[in-house]
Design a protein around this ligand. Sequence first.
Ligand SMILES: C[S@@+](CC[C@H](N)C(=O)[O-])C[C@H]1O[C@@H](n2cnc3c(N)ncnc32)[C@H](O)[C@@H]1O
Ligand SMILES: *[C@@H]1O[C@H](CO)[C@@H](O)[C@H](O)[C@H]1NC(C)=O
Ligand SMILES: *[C@@H]1O[C@H](CO)[C@@H](O)[C@H](O)[C@H]1NC(C)=O
Length: 330
Amino acid sequence: MKHESSPPLLHHHLRYSSRRISSLAKPVVYFLCLLLAYSLGYLSSSTRNNNNNINNDKLPPAVHVNAVVCRTANTVISSGFTEADHNNFGAVCGEAVPPQDVRSKIMERVFKGTSPWENFPPPHVDNFLRKKWVKGWGSKGAVFENLIRRVRPKTIIEVGTFLGASALHMVDLTRKLGLDDTQIICIDDFRGWPGFSDHPRMKDMKMVNGDVLLMYQFMQNVVQANATESVVYMPFSSGSALEKLCEWGVFGELIEVDAGHDFHSAWSDINRAFKLLKPGSEGGVIFGHDYFTAADNRGVRRAVNLFARVYNLTVQIDGQHWVFHIANRL
Ligand SMILES: C[S@@+](CC[C@H](N)C(=O)[O-])C[C@H]1O[C@@H](n2cnc3c(N)ncnc32)[C@H](O)[C@@H]1O
Ligand SMILES: *[C@@H]1O[C@H](CO)[C@@H](O)[C@H](O)[C@H]1NC(C)=O
Ligand SMILES: *[C@@H]1O[C@H](CO)[C@@H](O)[C@H](O)[C@H]1NC(C)=O
């Protein structure tokens, strides 16, 4: 597997920052930083010792200088931070909700127990929706069928749903494979991206008070596919939705990551989604689009490769998609 060499992020950052300081000023800035760091560390350690709040004598001295930030003409130099912080998305999720209760858990926590499809569509958008309008990117790739056949998931989590093309394709597949109870949790803020309705394929998108109506058109598409019982959604940013699923103990055996495609969005989504992966007897899979498309170098491929390196995983490729298979841990 081809791995790109990503530079250690922290070092890269420091190198970049220090290049901005003129060679004359550099020693002076470092000296001031050290002096400041030392005095802050000294002060905070003696204050805490006096108050006896924290059992300080067990902590190494470096802990007192958590993060000293010196700013000089766009320069930030920080300490007390390691690369491990960059990879740390917390590890503990709530106790697992049984698959048959996943839908009601989300209905209860996100929608106060009432189906969002009740009295749908609301009058203010009714005239703007099309009967069915499903567009996506690689949303019907063979990877979906390959993975659903293999994993036979009870819960699928999709991060990045748009109009529901890939989600509804997965509904079709679960029906075809007799997985009638499978729930698909769709996470999307349903905003697309700023100015996305200028996209040639989206130019007919209607807007109401600046709202591009993606969520309503997605809901309408789900109605047209008779899939309101198989699909549940969370109309929030991927970070907050995934963290809540973790807290509520909602896990999936199959997780698709296809939201923000810049490195940092992909990195964060993959890490948070990975915490929600609960391999069943057939193992579990996390996968996503744009490993091999024109968009790949925006960051998805780099994020996937870095993740593989940190967690010792092998990136598998299926069409344009990246795939991590995780064996049943039991
Ligand atoms: C490429 S589209 C998803 C396509 C879909 N998987 C398909 O194949 O039909 C990406 C989606 O991610 C959503 N998105 C981007 N960043 C997001 C974020 N931070 N939180 C939630 N959704 C986000 C956008 O609104 C957009 O609908
Ligand atoms: C949805 O259900 C209706 C009524 O039962 C049926 O006519 C239609 O073909 C179904 N559509 C799909 C996509 O299954
Ligand atoms: C990955 O493998 C290395 C070397 O074998 C090991 O030190 C490290 O703990 C592993 N990391 C994870 C997350 O399993």
